[in-house]
Design a protein around this ligand. Structure first.
Ligand SMILES: *Cc1c(COP(=O)(O)O)cnc(C)c1O
Length: 394
């Protein structure tokens, strides 16, 4: 099997599995309990907190553990909104291609009376600090812009956006789920007030995330109950998963440069090879791009059929097309970067990691052109284009 869907989830690293197994076997106490077994679990938790904080330039007490990246996003936005409300500010700025964990939370806030403005991301899928500066108002309480996009891989200038927000006294949240462990994060230097990350996107376990909130930025509970996480997130902490998250992030950060170099070389070979397929288009920014992200639209092809045929050949990939995402509309991200519906339906995302090899890339480069040609041969739409009855888009 060739696994090229690392933006969806990653395989756990040996270090993360070992750390978790040891924790589950030897350190299963409740970290809130006062006796030794509990205190040992609490020490493991605090150790993980220190190590994760160190990876992003934060202080341990600025980190709250959550059940996922989605939960961290929800809590960040709701907290910033409540603070804004108290100050009479109800305007929130974001981008049109955020993850649904952000967009759907913004919808909820909109129903409560907040005014949400989504900045256009353009063809390359990015927003500039100038765009943010021009859109900030007196009543803006929050800017939330992702660090790197999970579908098209574009990397946003979060440091510059952070500087604009800080200068204007507006809270800045970034969904760094695709960036953590892959791109450098320094919350102080980048003027980030709130940041979300998720373990399973950097070879840690599923069901573990963290929310960084700069000292002095008050969090609101989205899960009510006990006083865990200094009263900011109820529920007994998932100690093994958090320990696994720390091991995975530490390892990813220790090898970040070499991994990025290796993976981006594979990515560029894949992009160069797939670009030779007629009537295709690379999605996202060719330069400011996650090391592992490849995303193309192929005209006259349906994304889901493409995925099924690639699966037959042992290749795991993903698409922003209709059926895979369970909705009739193609990906909001592809529409946001200006791809017409028809073309957005024929998208393919391949997301690589350091475990992928040159051989994987060769096999993908053999399979995709064949599968695309096969599907086009069967497509009435494609026949119309070839005969000139319909125009090509790409
Ligand atoms: C995966 C992902 C999330 C959600 O993280 P979960 O831990 O799966 O809830 C949020 N934002 C981005 C950009 C992601 O890629």
């Amino acid at each position: 099997m060739i696994y090229a869907d690392n933006a969806a989830t990653t395989r756990m690293s040996r270090a993360a599995i070992d750390a978790m197994l040891a924790c589950m076997e030897d350190n299963w106490g409740n970290p809130s309990s006062l006796y030794g077994a509990g205190q040992r679990a609490n020490e493991a938790l605090q150790d993980a907190r220190e190590r994760i904080a160190a990876c992003i330039g934060a202080s341990p007490k600025e980190l709250t553990f959550t059940s996922s990246g989605s939960e961290a996003d929800n809590q960040a936005l709701i907290s910033a909104a409540r603070l804004g409300e108290r100050r009479g500010r109800r305007h929130i700025l974001s981008t049109a291609f955020e993850h649904h964990a952000v967009l759907h939370t913004l919808k909820k806030l909109e129903r409560e009376g907040f005014e949400v403005e989504l900045l256009l991301v353009g063809e390359k899928g990015t927003v500039t600090a100038q765009q943010v500066a021009a859109a900030i108002r007196e009543d803006t309480c929050l800017v939330t812009a992702m660090y790197a996009n999970n579908e098209v891989g574009s990397v946003l200038p979060v440091g510059e956006i952070g500087a604009v927000c800080r200068a204007r006294g507006v809270l800045f949240h970034t969904d760094a789920v695709q960036a953590a462990g892959h791109l450098p994060i320094q919350v102080e230097k980048q003027n980030i007030d709130l940041l979300s990350l998720s373990a399973h996107k950097f070879h840690g376990p599923k069901g573990a995330g963290a929310l960084y909130a700069r000292q002095g930025v008050p969090l609101v509970n989205v899960i009510e109950g006990g006083a865990q996480e200094r009263g900011k997130r109820a529920g007994t902490e998932n100690v093994p998963a958090i320990v696994g998250m720390a091991a995975a992030l530490e390892e990813a950060c220790a090898h970040m440069e070499e991994n990025a170099e290796k993976v981006s070389a594979l990515r560029d070979r894949l992009i160069a090879g797939l670009s030779r397929i007629p009537h295709c288009g690379l999605n996202g920014d060719p330069v400011n791009r996650l090391p592992g992200n490849v995303n193309f639209c192929f005209e006259g092809v349906e994304g889901e059929s493409l995925l099924l045929l690639l699966d037959d050949r042992g290749i795991c990939a993903s698409s922003g097309s209709a059926c895979t995402s369970g909705s009739l509309d193609p990906s909001h991200v592809l529409l946001a970067i200006g791809r017409p519906h028809e073309v957005a339906h024929g998208s393919l995302r391949l997301s690589l990691c350091a475990e992928n090899t040159e051989e994987d890339v060769d096999a993908i480069l053999r399979a995709v052109p064949e599968v695309v040609a096969y599907l086009r041969d069967m497509s009435p739409l494609w026949k119309d284009k070839i005969s000139g009855k319909r125009a090509f888009v790409l």
